[in-house]
Design a protein around this ligand. Sequence first.
Ligand code: CP
Length: 322
Amino acid sequence: MAESLIAASVPERADAAVQRDAKLRHVVESQQFTVPLLMELFDRTAGMERVVARGGSLDFRSKIMATLFYAPSTRTRFSFEAAMHRLGGSVLSTEHAHAFSSAVEGEQLEDTIRIIGGYCDVIVLRPVEEGGAKRAAQVSPVPLINAGDGDGGQHPTQALLDLYTIFRERPLNGLRVAIIGELDRGRTARSLAYLLAKFDRVKLFFVSPPELRMRRDILDYLDEHDIDYEIEQEIDRVIGEVDVVYQTRIHPDRASNAEMVRRYAIDSSVLQRMKSDALILHPLPRTVELDRSVDDDPRAMYFRQARNGLFVRMALLTMLLE
Ligand code: CP
């Protein structure tokens, strides 16, 4: 893996050196990341894989991270917390923050952030409402990381680990990517589209039922940045020609019927129509849209993708806290 990582990043490393002073303060949305910043993050991420293999470090033993989750999470919260532990730091945590914090008493998010920011060095926040992370960052005295805001907001650290997973396998320039599912409210799909738009000759295929299609703000951004894209309703129109299949859930309450969800599912028959070297990603959790028969296929990347979340989030913490 290290060889392909170096080969893929060499041309962009020079740029990274020039712009290394473009320091991150908060991580709220994917558009914040330039290609040089992404390459710096990915260099650090490769280093974090080695740190974990050695059993971790004690570099952050004086650092404290607070994770404040108003909405449920398995991967994002656990991987951030594992990341801080692997770096030698400490974690203050609440999930169900709407019930297990003073939100119960009606405390506003801004006040909570100001208070918690006085106790820690970085806050990882999953608010319920879209735009909640931006509001929180505006008042946070310490770096604040958006761990996924609302249904139609963004999930930038998910997109970073998605992109890293692709980057380990493929050059990012020239990629053809199908993003499938409930795209209008898909915060992972939205954040990934913004990141992919940073690269040359990328082509995106947004595949969804018409009523769940990608929202105009993303399409406008792609238009402004001269990124080629197509809106499709049928998986079969694109599945054989893409390098990456990014599958996402369609929540049952958004589907008109079970047949709609099945039409967008990936199973062994869809596998047969994909390129032999395509990559299959999914932010997880999954339901029926990604059949378990896909798991043993060498193109299935989603468990590795979730594992990469640990390394990427470690690297991100070092960029914010060093
Ligand atoms: N992909 C993702 O955000 O998963 P969690 O909701 O489990 O954090």
